[in-house]
Design a protein around this ligand. Structure first.
Ligand code: PEP
Ligand code: MG
Length: 893
């Protein structure tokens, strides 16, 4: 029979699928002999069964009873016992951490009778009442669905009546009154009484946690973080320990190293006389973990010992949650901690130096996404700026935007293309929508472990938190700074998540130090050194080569500085824009062969010079040049505009013959579906001169470079091929030109001719096509468009949101390769192509070449290289190494 419940001693850290991250790590800590309050975990399988069937699996209640009895025996107390009640916490815990996205209920087991028992046992009536009002508040909101604001406003009113802002100033009478008020709120809002039966409380809380898996904010968070929607959450039921039993008690959170910078040394927040939720919710301002040394030296020393043990055991930076109950330390959670991109790189190399991990592991501890974040711009150091306030540097980066005070406004303004900074007193999980669309997040309360900070770091969003000098007034849509200045909604501000500074207006941004390092500048900074070291490890590990998509000598040169090993796609169509557009027009409207040849002859030297420069920038490395691909009408004036112009001139009695011929041509070339029309290789067959002029320009450019002592490796690539015959027609002519150029110039050019695979038919007949191609480059943009039948220029803006909502895919297939469909075509073409030609060279040059997940797929599929935009080259180098090591895309954060 399936076990739906595991006691902590029966689990371990590797059972995250079944026990969730929190449950698996509680089990691990229990087995390490650390002080963990006893408890058990209800598995993700139970949650999945509940969500599928709409009710708990039949055996669950009996299993819970059995495990509860064991906990009761260990503790010598019983749930619901009026004399000496056992109290429980019920917490969610999925495989992947989803901070604050799902439910937690503390103090389960309190009711009108047991609260008296708790008061007597603890000799602390205030503490007992405070715990009861907390239960009513959490249970009322999360289990019974009462708007949490209802409770907050009653609590605030009580505090105001007392003339205080601290909940610790409320006495027994205040809390007793609050308990009565809260019960009334629950009854009024739900039409039901708060359940007095302790077991019923437990069962309802467990059910609420199951259901919170499908709550809006959890679904949104998972989509954002690309976490599968069908994993379910586990539920941890654990004996309560109390941080709110006076000043010798408290709760804290911590990290074994600084999660923002990655520097060595523990980091954390502690709050006296408080339960855990108070710390992360930023309700009162915390003290530094180090201050605990003065408050309770014994607990502090014990805690540091445990943190060291955990870091050595997990061989990674860990975060922890703990509670001290009247001087006794209890560990409530640990896991491998979330960290900023900057911290990830520093920690990885520090741990190599400390002998904790290998270089391979260091590469797996960072991700391409994190590297991309470090390449974001920073505020220009020399720019003038006016400081409004300084808060905590919770998540790095430089963000500029208009101030908004709530999530809905953030979404509305961002939708119309505005950059916004979400400003809140503190954030809660309902703010997630706004945090997703905002450039940055600024709060006036809470530390680096507050909700805002944790979520922002996870998303790579710039965040400054706890800027206490700001007085945020959401109702008045403004915040006041200490010197009396007021910033209104819509005003521009700039926040620096690396220093914690907040500036008025828009501060100009400059490129990152990491980019400057990649650009070849000597930058002496420990973060840059860490990145350089990890990149050096990555380059020795990876099998895939990385090339760049570059159409200009400048881009080619930059790509080379960023580590590109050649050009995988030089699109030539961009070379026919601007002044050269007219020459293309001449070619298209040419009345006879002589006129056509004259137009081509005018284009040839220009193209040749383009290629000389690019081959020079990539000297010694392969350069794949694609012959012209888009439909020719793209180079001609718009049909309607031109018709109107000609008609007006007609009325005026003017007849410009050239205009008329142009209009004719535009009409002739007009297509209903240009993406499926006369483009790519089809152009090369219908108007052969254009392709041959380009091929000649490439080969002559290579000859020039070789004769000048250069090392040119041109690869001529034919786009949009669907059949071997199409390729043959063009290839034979190009071979003729090649022979002629080589003979005439007296050089041997090491060129290759290959094709793009970007039509499903090409992939299906790759075995035949490979007879005539020395290389394939997968054009996954078109291959995705043609396989799904999605117009790549339209669908993302029109209906993809709906498709994402309906879980048809979790991420746009234009962004990350659809491995099942488009990927299957790629795999088939690789296998069939190599069967025909074992040394067939294989790469990808669609946008997916720079996408981390897709790079892992291309590695597995056996490609030789990926090609992506110059800025993605370092990211691709790193991900190619991680793919070689078999690491999944998501880094350990
Ligand atoms: C592709 O289709 O993937 C490709 C690289 O070509 P383009 O984007 O220019 O159509
Ligand atoms: Mg294409």
């Amino acid at each position: 029979m399936t076990s739906y419940v595991y006691k902590f001693a029966d689990g371990n850290k590797d059972l995250k699928d079944l026990l969730g991250g929190k449950g698996a790590n509680l089990a691990e800590m229990t087995n390490l002999g650390l002080p963990v309050p006893p408890g058990f975990t209800i598995t993700t399988e139970a949650c999945k069964a509940y969500l599928a069937e709409g009710h708990e699996p039949e055996s669950l209640a009996a299993e819970v009873t059995e495990h509860l009895a064991e906990v009761e025996r260990t503790m010598g107390r019983r749930l619901g016992d009026a004399g000496d009640p056992l109290l429980l916490s019920v917490r969610s815990g999925a495989k992947f951490s989803m901070p604050g996205m799902m439910d937690t209920v503390l103090n389960i087991g309190l009711n009108d009778d047991t609260v008296r028992g708790l008061a007597a046992q603890s000799s602390d009536e205030r503490f007992a009442m405070d715990s009861y009002r907390r239960l009513l508040q959490m249970f009322g909101a999360t289990v019974m669905g009462v708007d949490a604001e209802e409770f907050h406003s009653k609590l605030d009113a009580r505090k105001a009546a007392k003339g205080t802002t601290a909940d610790t100033d409320l006495d027994v009478d205040d809390l007793t009154a609050l308990v009565a008020t809260y019960k009334q709120v629950i009854a009024e809002q739900t039409g039901r009484e708060f359940p007095q039966d302790a077991r019923e409380q437990l069962d309802l809380a467990v059910r609420a946690v199951f259901e919170s898996w499908n709550g809006d904010r959890a679904v949104l968070y998972r989509r954002q973080e690309r976490i599968p929607q069908d994993l379910g959450t586990a539920v941890n039921v654990q004996v309560m320990v109390f941080g709110n039993q006076g000043m010798t008690s408290g709760s804290g959170v911590g990290f074994t190293r600084d999660p923002a910078s990655g520097e060595r040394g523990v980091y954390g927040d502690y709050l006296q006389n408080a339960q855990g939720e108070d710390v992360v919710a930023g309700i009162r301002n915390t003290v530094s973990l180090h201050d605990l040394a003065d408050l309770d030296k014994a607990s502090y020393d014990e805690l540091l010992g445990i943190m060291d043990k955990l870091e050595r055991h997990y061989r990674d930076m860990c975060d922890i949650e703990f509670t001290i109950e009247r001087g006794k330390l209890w560990m409530l959670q640990t896991r491998v901690g979330k960290r900023t991109a900057e911290a990830a790189f520093r920690i990885a190399v520090h741990m190599v130096d400390d002998g904790l991990i290998s270089k391979d592991e260091a590469v797996l501890r960072v991700s391409g996404g994190q590297l991309a974040q470090l390449m974001f711009p920073r505020f220009d150091e020399r720019a003038e700026r006016s400081l409004l306030a300084t808060g905590m540097n919770a998540s790095p980066g430089a963000a500029v935007g208009k101030v908004v005070f709530d999530s809905d406004t953030a979404v509305e303004w961002a939708d119309r293309g505005e950059d916004v900074i979400l400003v809140r007193k503190e954030t809660n999980p309902d703010d997630l929508k706004g945090m997703v669309v905002a450039r940055g997040i600024l709060t006036s309360r809470g530390g680096k472990t507050s909700h805002a900070a944790v979520v922002a770091r996870g998303m790579g969003r710039t965040c400054v938190c706890g800027a206490e000098a700001l007085d945020v007034d959401v109702k008045a849509r403004q915040f006041r700074v200490r010197d009396g200045g007021i910033v209104h909604e819509g005003d521009l501000i700039s926040i620096d998540g690396t220093t914690g500074e907040v500036f008025a207006g828009a501060v100009p941004v400059s490129s990152s130090l990491v980019v400057r390092h990649f650009e070849g500048e000597e930058v002496h900074e420990d973060l840059v050194d860490a990145v350089a070291r990890v990149m050096a490890y990555a380059d020795t590990i990876r099998r895939l080569h990385v090339r760049a998509n570059a159409d200009t000598p400048e881009d080619a040169a930059r790509a080379r500085r960023f580590g590109a090993q050649g050009i995988g796609l030089c699109r030539t169509e961009h070379m026919f824009l601007g002044e050269r557009r007219e020459l293309v027009e001449h070619l298209i409207v040419a009345e006879d062969e002589a006129a056509q040849e004259a137009a081509l002859a005018a284009l040839l030297p220009l193209q040749r010079q383009d290629f000389v420069e690019i081959l020079e920038a990539m000297d010694g490395l392969p350069v794949t040049i694609r012959l012209i691909d888009p439909p020719l009408h793209e180079f001609l004036p718009d049909y309607t505009e031109l018709s109107v112009k000609v008609a007006i001139e007609d009325v005026r009695g003017k007849h410009d013959k050239r205009q008329l011929r142009l209009l004719e041509a535009v009409k002739r070339l007009h297509e209903q579906n240009p993406m499926l029309g006369l483009r790519g290789v089809r152009l090369g067959i219908v108007i052969p001169g254009l392709f041959l002029m380009q091929a000649r320009a490439i080969l002559e450019a290579a000859a020039i470079r070789i004769k000048a002592g250069g090392d040119a490796w041109p690869e001529i690539m034919i786009p949009l091929v669907a059949s071997k015959r199409e390729l043959d027609l063009v290839r034979n002519e190009v071979l003729g030109v090649a022979q002629e150029v080589q003979e005439r110039e007296g050089v041997s050019i090491p060129f290759r001719i290959g094709t793009m695979i970007e039509l499903p038919r090409a992939a299906m007949t790759a075995g035949q096509i490979a007879e005539s191609a020395e290389f394939f480059s997968f054009g996954t943009n078109d291959l995705t468009q043609m396989t799904w039948g999605f117009s790549r220029d339209d669908v993302e803006a029109s209906f993809f949101t709906n498709y994402l909502d309906n879980n048809i895919f979790q991420v746009s297939p234009f962004e990350s390769l659809d491995t099942e469909g488009v990927g299957a075509l790629v795999r088939k073409a690789v296998i069939d192509g190599r069967a025909t030609r074992p040394d067939l060279h294989l790469g990808v040059c669609g946008e997916h070449g720079g996408d981390p997940d897709s790079i892992h797929f291309f590695h597995d599929a056996g490609l030789d290289y990926v090609s992506c935009s110059p800025f993605r080259v370092p990211v691709a180098r790193l991900e190619a190494a991680r793919a070689t090591l078999g690491g999944g895309y998501a880094a350990s954060t």
